[in-house]
Design a protein around this ligand. Sequence first.
Ligand code: NI
Length: 185
Amino acid sequence: MILPIYLYGQPVLRKVAEDITPDYPQLKELIENMFETMHHADGIGLAAPQIGLAIRLVVVDLDVLSDDYPEYKDFSRVYINAHIIETSDETESMEEGCLSLPGIHEKVVRPSRIHVKYLDENFVEHDEWVDGFLARAMQHEFDHLEGKVFADRLSLLRRQMNKGKLLDLAKGKVSCTYKTKRVLR
Ligand code: NI
C-alpha cells in the first residue's frame, strides 16, 4: 500500500524517533509499505517519520545506482534502531534531495565514513563501518530519526537562497507526483 509522504512543515519530521521492539504491530507489512511508497516516489531511502511515525525504522534501496556502482546491485536494506556511533574526520560534499522536500537539491558536506549500529528486519544486530554512497544515504536517513532534514545542514547562504522554497513547502504550496501529507494554510 502506498502511504502519503509527510512534507517539510509537518511536526513529526522534527521529532526524535524512538527505538522499537520485534512485537511492534504489523511491522512486516509496514516495511513492505515503506518500500512500495519509496519506489513509487522514485526515492532511494525513506525514514518512518516521513510516513508519520516517529520510530527508528529506515528502508534503503540503492539498486537504481548499480549502473555506476555495481556493488549496489539489488542492494535493498532495512535499518531498525539505527544509531551512528562515530564518524570519520574526512568529509565530502554531495548533492542531496529528499522526498519530504520536493524541488530542493543542494550539496551537503558530511563525513565520508561512519560507524553504525543497527538491527536488520530479523532483529539481528549489525556493527559496521560504512563508506561511499551508502554512508551518505544512511546519514541522510538517520538524520530524519533525529528530527533533522538536510536543509538544516546547508550553509547560511544556501539556506537563504532556498528560503522561499522552504516557506512554500511549509505552507503546502508545492506540486508533487506522489501522494503527500502537507500543511494546508
Ligand atoms: Ni530525506
